[in-house]
Design a protein around this ligand. Structure first.
Ligand code: DC
Length: 217
């Protein structure tokens, strides 16, 4: 099976690029952040203390999380509830970053991710795909952009969806999430040694896609 790994901080454009790329190549797109978000949503629904590692680990093992493809689009389920939209709030973003530091949470989700990569050619995006989940991926991309650019992109995304947002808040949240994701003990976000860094601050989506397609060749 073929594997393309795309890692990078929040808002670097991973999902947009990975989606487009998977479509072009006929691979399955796997958004691993959505999996951490789903666990986070479950913990929030249970009103759990996110600092309680034992409790979060227990909730993670009992949560009935499922990943399904409807018309080729990834949907996340908690039991029979499609939570694909509900996991896109800022509150869930922060909670996902918080619960993702626990090894039990990571182990369960990494197992699911590797299982999927055994069955399909994949473009997988996340924080630890090149360094940990798929160390033998044929191409590893580390996608970055400045905090300002990333916050602005998120802001526009939210505006377009009619969701409440505040640019300054978003910038603060992104910086905080970067810090959490890069400094945690288990599988922190970092560029794999054999990953190619692409800084998208001054690039359009088609430019990034074509740069990566050249690298695939
Ligand atoms: O990519 P995202 O913003 O949807 O990810 C949400 C959070 O999940 C992110 O802040 C850290 C965590 N995450 C992770 O630890 N490992 C991954 N492979 C993907 C996401």
């Amino acid at each position: 099976m073929k594997q393309i790994a795309i890692d990078g901080p929040a808002g670097a454009g991973k999902s947009t690029i990975a989606k487009q790329l998977s479509k072009d190549l006929g691979y399955v797109y796997i958004d691993t952040g959505a999996m951490y978000r789903t666990i986070a949503l479950y913990c929030l629904k249970k009103e759990a203390d996110l600092d309680d590692e034992e409790l979060i680990s227990a909730l993670c093992s009992e949560a009935e999380i499922d990943i399904r493809y409807l018309d080729g689009v990834q949907h996340m389920f908690l039991g029979e509830e499609d939570v694909s939209e509900a996991i896109r709030t800022e509150q869930v973003s922060q909670a996902a970053s918080a619960v993702s530091k626990y090894p039990k949470v990571r182990t369960r989700l990494v197992e699911m991710q590797r299982e999927l990569a055994k069955q399909y050619d994949v473009v997988m995006d996340g924080r630890d795909i090149g360094t940990h989940v798929l160390p033998d991926a044929s191409l590893k991309i580390y996608l970055t952009a400045s905090v300002d650019v990333r916050a602005e992109r998120r802001y526009k995304e939210y505006l377009a969806k009619g969701l409440p947002c505040d640019l300054k808040e978003m910038k603060k949240d992104i910086a905080e999430r970067d810090h959490n994701d890069m400094t945690r003990e288990h599988s922190p976000l970092r560029k794999a040694e054999d990953a190619i860094e692409v800084d998208t601050s001054n690039m359009s989506i088609p430019e990034v896609v074509s740069t990566i397609r050249e690298l695939i060749k």
